[in-house]
Design a protein around this ligand. Structure first.
Ligand SMILES: [Zn+2]
Ligand SMILES: [Zn+2]
Ligand SMILES: [Zn+2]
Length: 92
């Protein structure tokens, strides 16, 4: 019995961009990040909740974009900020 995310219809972008410079908001303010996430609604790159500024979750809350995936090399999992749920990568 595992909970399921009901927000997958909001997913528009699953492929990472070819080149990721870093968290777009941190680059703008000169901040540091730990790990990167990509919003799957609009493709924005933000930093994870272990980072000082938590731009990915802030973006999710502000824009109402629920799902972000890892933008780390080799990681394909996604996270739903609304459900607090890990979404395993799988055939989409
Ligand atoms: Zn969800
Ligand atoms: Zn950031
Ligand atoms: Zn977004």
């Amino acid at each position: 019995m595992s909970p399921t995310c009901t927000h997958l219809e909001s997913v528009q972008v699953t492929e990472l961009p070819a080149e990721i410079r870093g968290c777009e908001d941190c680059l703008a303010i000169g901040g540091d990040w730990v790990h990167l996430r990509m919003c799957e609604s609009c493709g924005r790159i933000g930093c994870c909740d272990s980072s000082p500024n938590r731009h990915a979750s802030r973006h999710a809350a502000q824009r109402g974009h629920p799902v972000a995936r890892s933008a780390e090399p080799g990681e394909e999992w996604a996270w739903c900020y609304v459900d607090d749920l890990l979404i395993d990568p799988g055939p989409r």
